[in-house]
Design a protein around this ligand. Sequence first.
Ligand code: ATP
Length: 590
Amino acid sequence: MAGSPLRQLSVLIRYLRGERPSVLLLALLVPLGVGLQLVAPQMLRRFIDHTLTGSPADLLLAVAAWYLTAALGLLVVTVAGDAVAARLAWRGTNRLRADLVAHCLRRPSRFYQRHPPGELLDRVDGDVTRLTAVMSALVLEVLAQLLLVAGILGALFLLDWRLALVFAPFAAGTLLLLRGLVGRAMPFVAARQASSADLLGFLEERLAGAQDLRTNGAAAHTLADLEARQDELYRRAHRAARVSVRWPATVQSLSTVSVVLALGVSVWLHDRGQLSTGTAFACLSYAMLLRRPLLAVTTRFHDLEEAAVSVRRLTELLRRDEDEEGDGADGVEGAERKTAAPRTGRLPDGPLGARLDGVFFGYDPGEPVLRDVSFRLRPGERLGIVGRTGSGKSTVVRLLFGLQHPARGTVSVGDQDVAGLDPRALRRRVALVTQEVQILHATLRDNLTFYDPSVDDGRVRAALDEAGLTEWWRELPDGLDTVLGTGARGMSAGQEQLLALARVFLRDPAVVLMDEPTARLDPHTERLLMPAMGRLLEGRTAVVVQHRPHALRNVHRVLVLDGGAVVEHGEQTTLAADPTSRFHELLRTG
Ligand SMILES: Nc1ncnc2c1ncn2[C@@H]1O[C@H](COP(=O)(O)OP(=O)(O)OP(=O)(O)O)[C@@H](O)[C@H]1O
């Protein structure tokens, strides 16, 4: 029974820390329940023997009363044990779930590329819920049942040592067989669970993009894809079930053998006058009782193996892979980490400049995305970056925001190397606006303050006004308390983007990074956003990435990237007026 599933499950023990009273109560209830189950056949034995020997009625009544008391006691103990175990399991798994969510929140973007939301949901909720059921069953059933097997053998020994001699090898053999079987189904269960997570990831992705799929006529293909994945899941689930069902069937047959054995031995000893009728009956009761723990443990195997696979998947998710995923605290991709030195640097108050010096960078080794990129922005200066798709524009922004670090060269903000800055300190002074805006299912206030109660409503209102959302938010039914997001009040794409700007106004950063914030907006909405963007950039150092060069406004200088290299860099007005410049050509060709 100390096979691999139980070893896997032992990692859960740390989530039960602080639950000592409940664990102690269970440690009391489990043997008590086992004891009560063991005394019942003894009562029966006495009752039968007293009946056959013509004992007085009040003695028989007393034995019957004790039998009933034991049965009632067993009921109470079982219910109490179940309640304590369930509470223990819920508290433990809640801690595990919180640990997982905290871990996911610290992971860098690459982690989310590797684990789509559907798959994470399957782990954080599906796997953890599976464990809730098994954690209570594990503590109660497996321990109690093993104890019961030992107790039954002990009771048989007390009845007649020859009975124990017959049953001990049988029980030991069955347990040994079970031990050998533990873990056999795990690879199949793991394959089924992986397939199920894959299906959930697929569903989440396709449902999120339902509108695009429908408008582009890809619905039929999605359904065909779904069918293939469902078939695969069915095949794997079927295989796992086939392997898992073998063991209960084996134990069921062996249990039947044990009852026949009990009958045979009891009748033989009874016939020879060496066993009273009551004792023969008690022996039969114990043989029947022995089936229960063996069968329970066996049928629990399936759950145990499922849980063990879930634990393995969760441990894999929780494991920190420094080389691949960064240190988890700052969202920096580890492969691009330039230095392992602690990032504790702070930025000075007041306006900040920004610069890149001879920066080389690649997401994958041997594939440079930026090549010797340099520029310098004085405090309050604004740079526009243009270039074709894939030329490396967003990557420059990601480097300045500290999401990645260069392989060679230096990226600095406020004359400090970003690689040495505390990420939280950096993000207090540098803000990033992209085309992706996440609206939380929370109040308008919380959507701006991110649950920081120290931000007063006056500042929140001022930020909304500066973003040009005055009319909109004043018409909301509950003002700042109006709940936004999924299933609540809907917002247009332009309003969402303005809300993203309001978040930045509220933080009042020294440096603003804009990565194509208007890319998903139509030209009309884009124009509506321009005044707010102008106000946000005013007086701040900024880098604005634009795919469409004509949309580039409010910048002093322009940098043109091509294939990761700077091919042009100069004053926006000068370059726009020079018909030989790349910027002029981009403006002309759009
Ligand atoms: N996370 C990533 N992992 C691997 N390669 C990436 C990653 N992000 C971007 N790239 C690659 O790096 C190159 C530059 O990408 P980047 O997003 O910086 O270009 P861009 O100029 O901003 O493009 P666009 O205008 O389409 O947004 C591209 O070839 C892209 O495929």
